[in-house]
Design a protein around this ligand. Structure first.
Ligand SMILES: *[C@@H]1O[C@H](CO)[C@@H](O)[C@H](O)[C@H]1NC(C)=O
Ligand SMILES: *[C@@H]1O[C@H](CO)[C@@H](O)[C@H](O)[C@H]1NC(C)=O
Ligand SMILES: *[C@@H]1O[C@H](CO)[C@@H](O)[C@H](O)[C@H]1NC(C)=O
Ligand SMILES: *[C@@H]1O[C@H](CO)[C@@H](O)[C@H](O)[C@H]1NC(C)=O
Ligand SMILES: *[C@@H]1O[C@H](CO)[C@@H](O)[C@H](O)[C@H]1NC(C)=O
Ligand SMILES: *[C@@H]1O[C@H](CO)[C@@H](O)[C@H](O)[C@H]1NC(C)=O
Ligand SMILES: [Zn+2]
Length: 424
C-alpha cells in the first residue's frame, strides 16, 4: 500500500471515530502538569473558562508548577483544550475517559433498578433519600437517636441533624460531624450515613463506638449544603458551592467552607462571585453556615470534638488553614492524625497525608474547622476522603465501603484518644 493512501485511510478512520460511529468525544477529566510559569498562567486561564471545571486544586489561583492539576473538560471542548495543551507542550494524561457513564452508574434509580437492591449504604443517595433514611433510623432507634431541625437552606431545604446517644443518662460531652459542605463530594454524605448505621448497629458490640456513645452525644449533619447537593443530582455533577443568587452577578453560589468567620476572605479565598472559592458577601452570610454556627455556639461548652468530611485527596487535617502559624497544641493534634493515618495504612494499605491545613494543602481562610477551633473546640479536624485522583469526585459505589471503613477507623481512634485525654 502506498504511504499516501495509507495516510488517507487512517485520517478517514480517525474521522469516523470522531464523528461518533465508534465513540463521539465525551466529557473527560485530564491530569495536567505545568512546568513553567508561562504554562501556569495558561492553565489558570484554561481552567477559568466555564466549559472546564477544576477538580484539583479548588481554584485556578492555587495552580503552581509541577503539581498535577485535575481538570474536567466538557465534551464539546475536549478537542479545543487538548489541542491547546499540545500546542503549548504541556504534559498531560486522561484520568477519566467517560465521566457520563460513571455518573449514570452512581445515580441509577434505586426503586426501579433491581440490581441496586440490598446494600443501602454502598450506594449514593439523593437528598430525598437521605432525609428518608435518617428519619427512618430515628424512628427505628428512638432510644438512641433524635432528629433535630437546625435551620434551612437558601432554597428552604431543611437542615436535619441526627443526635446519637448511648442508652444512658445525660452526659456533658459531645462530638460534632458534618458532611456535604461541598456539593460534589458525594462520598462525604455517604460517610455520615455509614457512621450513623454503624453506630446504631454496633453500639454494645464494638467497644470503641460503645465508649464514644456512652461518654458523648454525637451530632451528625449528613448534608450541610442540601441545595448544592440536590443540584449535583439534577443538573451539574461538578458543582461545589451553595446555590444562592444575588443581584449584580449572574454567578451563583458561595463556597460554604470559605464563609465562616475565621480570617474571612483573606488569601486563599476569593471575593469574585464567579469563583469556586467565593467567600460570600460577609462572614456567615449563608443560612447554612448561620444554622451550623448558631448550633455550635449554643453547644460549645459540651462539644469537644469537631469533624468535617470532604473529598478527595486522602488527608487528615487540623487547624490552621487560614495561616501558616501553628496552633498552640500543634504537636498534640499532629500525633492524633498521624496515629490515625498509620492505622489506615496498616489495615487498608491506603496512604493518607496528615498535618495542619495550610501546610498540607494551601491557605484556605473561612473554613469550618478553623472557626470551630477558635471557638474553643480544640480537637477540630477536616478529613479529605478517597481517593487520590483515580476517580476523584466520581468515586464508584463499590469503593464506598472501603472509603467509609477507613474514615471510620480514623474517627474512632482520634475520638478514643481524645476521650482518654479528657478523663485524665
Ligand atoms: C485567557 O486568554 C484569552 C486569550 O488570550 C483572553 O482573551 C482571556 O481574557 C483570558 N482569560 C482569562 C480569564 O485570563
Ligand atoms: C459560559 O459563560 C458565558 C458567559 O458568561 C455564558 O453565556 C454561557 O452560557 C456559559 N456556558 C455554560 C455552558 O455555562
Ligand atoms: C425513581 O423511580 C420512581 C418510580 O418510577 C419514581 O417515582 C422516582 O421519582 C424516581 N426517583 C428518582 C430519584 O429519580
Ligand atoms: C418521618 O417519618 C414519619 C413516618 O413516616 C413521618 O410521619 C414524619 O413526617 C417524617 N418526618 C420527617 C421530618 O420527615
Ligand atoms: C448561598 O450563598 C448566598 C450568597 O451569600 C446566600 O445568600 C445564600 O443564602 C446561600 N445559600 C445557601 C443555600 O446557603
Ligand atoms: C495543650 O494541651 C495540654 C495537654 O496536652 C493542655 O494542658 C493545654 O491546655 C493545651 N493548650 C491548648 C492551648 O490547647
Ligand atoms: Zn470539600
Amino acid at each position: 500500500m502506498r504511504p499516501l493512501l495509507l495516510l488517507a485511510i487512517l485520517i478517514c478512520f480517525h474521522c469516523v471515530l470522531r464523528k461518533g460511529f465508534c465513540s463521539s468525544e465525551q466529557d473527560k477529566v485530564l491530569s495536567i502538569t505545568a512546568v513553567t510559569q508561562e504554562q501556569v498562567i495558561l492553565l489558570q486561564n484554561i481552567s477559568s473558562h466555564n466549559e472546564t471545571t477544576l477538580w484539583q486544586p479548588a481554584s485556578p489561583s492555587y495552580i503552581t508548577e509541577n503539581t498535577p492539576v485535575h481538570l474536567f473538560v466538557q465534551s464539546s471542548s475536549v478537542t479545543r483544550v487538548t489541542e491547546l495543551l499540545n500546542t503549548h507542550r504541556f504534559s498531560f494524561s486522561v484520568l477519566l475517559e467517560n465521566t457520563q457513564q460513571l455518573i449514570q452508574e452512581q445515580t441509577r434509580n434505586i426503586t426501579t433498578d433491581p440490581k441496586s437492591g440490598g446494600m443501602t449504604y454502598e450506594r449514593y443517595h439523593s437528598l430525598e433519600d437521605i432525609y428518608y433514611l435518617i428519619n427512618k433510623t430515628s424512628q427505628e432507634h428512638p432510644d438512641m437517636t433524635k432528629l433535630i431541625l437546625i435551620g434551612s437552606s437558601f432554597e428552604k431545604n431543611p437542615l436535619y441533624l441526627l443526635k446519637l446517644s448511648g442508652r444512658r443518662g445525660p452526659v456533658d460531652k459531645a462530638m460534632w460531624m458534618d458532611c456535604g459542605i461541598h456539593a460534589r463530594e458525594w462520598i462525604s454524605p455517604a460517610f455520615c450515613l455509614w457512621f450513623i448505621k454503624y453506630a446504631v448497629i454496633f453500639y454494645k458490640e464494638n467497644p470503641d463506638i460503645t465508649a464514644m456513645l456512652d461518654k458523648m452525644d454525637i451530632y451528625i449533619l449528613p448534608v450541610m449544603n442540601p441545595d448544592g447537593y440536590k443540584y449535583t443530582w439534577t443538573t451539574n455533577r461538578m458543582w461545589r458551592k451553595n446555590r444562592s443568587v444575588r443581584e449584580g452577578t449572574s454567578c451563583v453560589g458561595v463556597d460554604l467552607n470559605r464563609n465562616f468567620d475565621a480570617n474571612w476572605c483573606t488569601a486563599g479565598a476569593s471575593s469574585n462571585p464567579c469563583s469556586d472559592i467565593y467567600c460570600g458577601q460577609y462572614p456567615e452570610s449563608e443560612p447554612e453556615v448561620q444554622a451550623v454556627t448558631k448550633f455550635l455556639r449554643a453547644h460549645k461548652d459540651s462539644i469537644k470534638l469537631y469533624f468535617s468530611m470532604h473529598s478527595y485527596s486522602q488527608m487528615l487535617l487540623f487547624p490552621y488553614s487560614y495561616t501558616h502559624d501553628q496552633i498552640p497544641n500543634h504537636s498534640e493534634l499532629f500525633d492524633l492524625v498521624k496515629e490515625a493515618a498509620v492505622k489506615i495504612r496498616r489495615h487498608y494499605k491506603n496512604v493518607y497525608h496528615f498535618g495542619s491545613g495550610a501546610k498540607t494543602i494551601y491557605l484556605a481562610p473561612g473554613g469550618s474547622d478553623d472557626w470551630a477551633y477558635d471557638q474553643g473546640i480544640l480537637y477540630s479536624f477536616t478529613f479529605e476522603l478517597q481517593d487520590r485522583g483515580r476517580y476523584g469526585f466520581l468515586l464508584p459505589p463499590n469503593l464506598i465501603s472501603v472509603a467509609c471503613n477507613e474514615a471510620l477507623a480514623a474517627v474512632k481512634i482520634i475520638s478514643m484518644r481524645v476521650l482518654e485525654k479528657l478523663h485524665e
